[in-house]
Design a protein around this ligand. Structure first.
Ligand code: F6P
Ligand code: MG
Length: 476
């Protein structure tokens, strides 16, 4: 259940693994230290202060070990069963040093180890060191949020008022396909948090089947795009009159990305391309910005009282002496519309959130059938399982050094073939691994500016500029 193809390793100086471990992880740990330090300094009770200092020491020790390339030490047991798996694997890897270890395992270890510092305390058990950052990025994406909220209301109102009944079934299906593509691509680029790529199709545009310029422009950066196949699957199930049709989203980041994931979820339900959406968050603070269940609640709370959320000055605003602009009535109304829709779907059980510890284990998704058989069986019930973002893609493909022309179905191992799962990866590329490319594409992109050239580094896959949308139908 593990790939035989070697994985990217922090010891390989041509890989983004090395750059991440050397330059990015110390900065992330330092950010964590600052956050806990800040929270400790405003804590009132002595026990919280005492434990806060201990957590800061634990984070500083971790940073020291990493930067001095020490052995990765076994993790303390915090009562969760995944710790045994992490420690067993560490032993199998020969108690490696930080700079000679598979990238995927070591990066998961880093976040899991940080979380033990909190889970082993009494006052900080549910503390999320990244929460502050997550909410402030969401706040700063206000223009795109407002634009999408307006689009969403317009679209859903039109879908529900049956304006499209004057269209022939073929025209309607073509419009639905275009909208599905648009929604998925918004959802894809939400991962790159590149807001400039958001599009704005009017209903007339959709009817004429004209995509917006921005979407068309961003489409050229999607080097493999299997969305048509994914639409086919959902549309076929709808046309067959199947009563229960579930779509699962293996979430990535909180804030704006979660917001666009919910836009997609709401669209799929309103367009009857799905009857139920299951969202899969992480159980612990993970890779800085990943969604934990509380982020979902925080986002809904922000939308429940949008005026309060957007007009309460953030720490940065206070610092700069700025007072945020209030929302117009129309903007507040559009956000409330979203909130009511999503809260309604949630209350009706059509939008569920289902955490599972499997998502924060140290291995790849090749292990899903064996280490999480119940989750595997559950995902087989779904019409389509959408994996968001870069890390999910690395885990699907085992973060292995595949030749880039390796078929996607081969690189996802047990989830390829007749796995019973339909996999759709929406991935903006921020790491080395890439598969399913036509012959010559890697060479072509390496030769572009900043693509890596002859350096031996595949730099074009590191920046988030390029994306792939890859599908495998494991039910066929
Ligand atoms: O840029 C490197 C990185 O931290 C990877 O380690 C990780 O796969 C990715 O970024 C996280 O991105 P995403 O949120 O899209 O999974
Ligand atoms: Mg992430």
């Amino acid at each position: 259940y593990d790939t035989k193809t070697p994985q990217y390793n922090t010891g390989d100086k041509t890989s983004f693994a090395y750059v991440s471990a050397r330059d990015r992880w110390p900065v992330i740990i330092t950010g964590g230290i600052d956050d806990v330090h800040r929270a400790t300094s405003v804590a009132h009770d002595l026990e919280t202060q005492r434990e806060g200092k201990k957590i800061v020491e634990g984070l500083a020790k971790l940073k020291y070990e990493l930067q001095h390339d020490r052995h990765m030490s076994p993790m303390p047991d915090d009562g969760e069963p995944d710790i045994a798996g992490y420690n067993k694997e560490l032993k199998q890897l020969g108690n490696p040093n930080w700079f000679n270890v598979p990238w995927l395992y070591s990066e998961c270890y880093l976040y899991r180890r940080m979380s033990t510092l909190f889970s082993l305390s009494s006052k900080w058990k549910n503390y999320d060191i990244f929460a502050r950052q997550k909410m402030s990025t969401f706040r700063s994406s206000r223009p795109a949020v407002l634009e999408l909220a307006a689009r969403y209301k317009d679209l859903v109102t039109q879908l529900e008022s049956g304006t499209s009944e004057t269209q022939s079934p073929e025209e309607r299906e073509a419009a639905e396909k275009l909208l599905f593509t648009e929604m998925c691509e918004i959802c894809l680029w939400g991962n790159a948090t590149d807001l400039s790529l958001l599009t704005n199709l009017s209903y007339e545009d959709i009817q004429k089947l004209q995509g917006s310029e921005a979407r068309k422009a961003s489409e050229k950066n999607i080097i493999v795009n299997d969305l048509a196949q994914a639409f086919e699957v959902l549309n076929k199930a709808k046309k067959a009159g199947k009563k229960e049709r579930r779509v699962d989203i293996i979430l990535d980041n909180a804030g704006f990305e979660l917001f666009v994931d919910l836009i997609l979820a709401g669209y799929l339900l309103s367009a009857d391309l799905a009857t139920e959406i299951v969202l899969h968050p992480k159980s612990i603070p993970w890779f800085v910005s990943d969604v934990v269940p509380k982020d979902f609640g925080d986002l809904l709370n922000a939308l429940a009282n949008p005026q309060t959320f957007y007009t309460t000055p953030s720490d940065d605003d206070k610092h700069a002496g700025k007072t945020p602009e209030p929302l117009s009535d129309k903007e507040a109304d559009e956000l409330s519309f979203l909130f009511q829709r999503w809260a309604g779907f949630h209350a009706e059980g059509q939008l569920a959130i289902r955490p599972n510890r499997f998502w924060t284990e140290g291995g790849s998704y090749w292990r899903l059938p064996k280490t999480a058989p119940e989750l595997y069986e559950d995902l087989k019930e779904s019409e389509l399982v959408i994996f968001k973002g870069d890390l999910n893609y690395r885990k699907l493909t085992a973060d292995a050094m595949w030749d880039p022309t390796t078929p996607f179905a081969e690189a996802i191992g047990p989830l390829g073939g007749k796995s019973g799962i339909r996999t759709l990866a929406l991935r903006t590329s921020k790491a080395d691994v890439i598969v399913g490319l036509p012959a010559g594409k890697d060479e072509e992109l390496r030769a572009t500016e900043g693509g890596g050239g002859d350096s031996g580094c595949r730099k074009w896959t590191w920046s988030g500029k390029w994306a792939v949308i890859q599908f495998w139908d494991g039910k066929c």
